[in-house]
Design a protein around this ligand. Structure first.
Ligand code: SAJ
Length: 427
């Protein structure tokens, strides 16, 4: 059987599963996409998409009209099963593997000798070994000889998923070398980056550590921004200058860390090794404390002028995406509202969660414009147009995306996270 005559069943049609299913389908595989949400299945079978991601709509439409992708609510027999379901944080800050377990359970009745099961979901080190392999064995198969098992973590950046799915290097961790080799043959049909083989638990650890590396670095940036404010220097200038060192790459400070992976995955290591993962825990706590800090600073600005209304610009967890998962902006807005502040929301990427349809309406009669997400669209905001309709010309930029001098020239008091500012005086 050639690779492309294989049938692939992709479980979970979210940010990773749907692009992967569509790329496999447009590369000639017969792909069955499985999602437990009926609405998602209907949308995809119409050739449409339920998530915003550049290029995805066109790809899904091509995959469906070409007849190589169809969605359904339950799996069926296939040659390859790819599990791409969420692994969220549990209430005790550990890995909630219930979706992975349910997906694997739904595959078991369809498993046949020669099948390959691929776990793409980000999972704690040991998930293939301690959870999936025993489940496959409980169905009467020997893992690595009857049924093959591999962990192939995705590493794509939301907003660039289709490009990165193809171009990024890919780590494939096999239960045994044969499992890794069979999985490599599938990914080699569309991955242009290097494909590197290892064992499943190493691959699980690689993925978690990549995201932990980013979280710890962002925590360092956030802590440094707070230190710079205390010391009386501009964090952003410090970063620009320090990053001229060939081996230093300081990250950007901000209102906190969101998304489905970076604020979640490091906890999986803390859960596994609570006594040892102290740096990782502290970094998580620093990043989690940033929304409180931003809310506190905003309340201080408001109380200086007796203000009650904030226009929050951006609720997505990062710039130019429509993704709200774990967004620190939501926490800031919640904290302000619990203090009795009226918060208007404007996010051009998420109109259905916005309370205003345009920037001007959002800031009308507001006391403070609060930038929470680094959408490119916000860089074009015109302070000369917004200022006159606001009750007070105060802007707090937690992402360092505005040209402060232009806003000051338009009569604004400008506060930027990481930059010490003159105190705000009542006009
Ligand atoms: N952020 C900062 N400062 C920075 C960079 C990011 O505050 O310097 C914030 C962002 O605003 C956002 C959060 O961190 O709230 C996470 O954003 P991100 O762009 O770092 O990460 P994601 O969640 O979009 O994607 C990450 C990527 N991992 C790494 O860069 C190591 C991606 O490659 C992974 O595939 C993805 O997690 C995942 O699914 O694991």
């Amino acid at each position: 059987m050639t690779q492309k005559s294989k049938r692939v069943c992709v479980l979970g049609l979210g940010y990773i599963g749907l692009p992967t299913a569509s790329i496999l389908a447009t590369n000639g595989f017969e792909v069955i996409g499985v999602d437990i949400a009926p609405g998602v299945v209907e949308t995809i079978n119409r050739g449409e998409v339920h998530i915003e991601e550049p290029g995805l709509r066109t790809l899904v439409a091509a995959a469906c009209t070409g007849g190589r992708l169809r969605a359904q609510q339950a799996p069926c027999s296939a040659d390859v099963f790819i599990i791409a379901v969420p692994t969220p944080l549990s209430s005790t800050k550990g890995a909630d593997l219930s979706h992975v377990t349910a997906a694997m359970h739904s595959i078991l009745p369809h498993l046949q000798p020669g099948n390959l099961v691929i776990l793409e979901s980000t999972s704690p080190p040991g998930t293939c070994r301690d959870l999936l392999a025993p489940m496959i064995e409980s169905a009467g198969f020997r893992v690595g000889t009857d049924v093959f098992l591999a962990h192939c973590p995705e590493r794509v950046l939301p907003g660039k998923i289709l490009k990165e799915l193809i171009e990024n290097d890919r780590i494939i961790g096999g239960w045994n070398p044969q499992s890794a080799e069979i999985a490599r043959e599938i990914y080699a049909t569309f991955v242009e980056g290097d494909i590197v083989l290892t064992d499943a638990t190493t691959a699980e650890m690689v993925k978690i550590l990549e995201n932990t590396y980013r979280d710890v670095n962002i925590a360092l940036a956030n802590e440094a921004a707070v230190l710079c404010e205390n010391i009386g220097v501009n964090f952003w200038e410090v970063v620009t200058l320090a990053n001229r060192h060939p081996r230093v790459h300081l990250h950007a400070a901000g209102p906190g860390v969101g998304g489905h992976c970076i604020p979640v995955d490091p906890w999986f290591l803390v859960e596994k090794c609570p006594e040892e993962a102290r740096l990782i825990r502290t970094a998580r706590e620093r990043n989690d404390s940033m929304p409180q800090r931003v809310a506190r600073e905003t309340l201080a600005l408001l109380s200086n002028v007796g203000g009650t209304t904030v226009a929050a610009f951006g609720i997505a967890f990062k710039g130019n995406v429509d993704d709200l998962r774990e967004s620190p902006a939501l926490t800031v807005i919640h904290l302000l509202r619990t203090q009795g502040i009226e918060v208007r929301i404007f996010d051009p990427h998420i109109p259905k969660h916005s309370t205003a349809t345009n920037a001007l309406d959002a800031v009308r009669e507001a006391d403070c414009l609060l930038i929470l997400t680094d959408h490119d669209a916000f860089k074009e905001l015109d302070p000369k147009a917004l200022g006159p309709v606001m009750r007070r010309r105060i802007v707090y930029d937690t992402r360092h995306i505005l040209e402060a001098e232009i806003w000051r020239a338009a009569g604004f008091y400008v506060r930027v996270l990481g930059i010490p500012s003159d105190s705000l005086t009542v006009d």
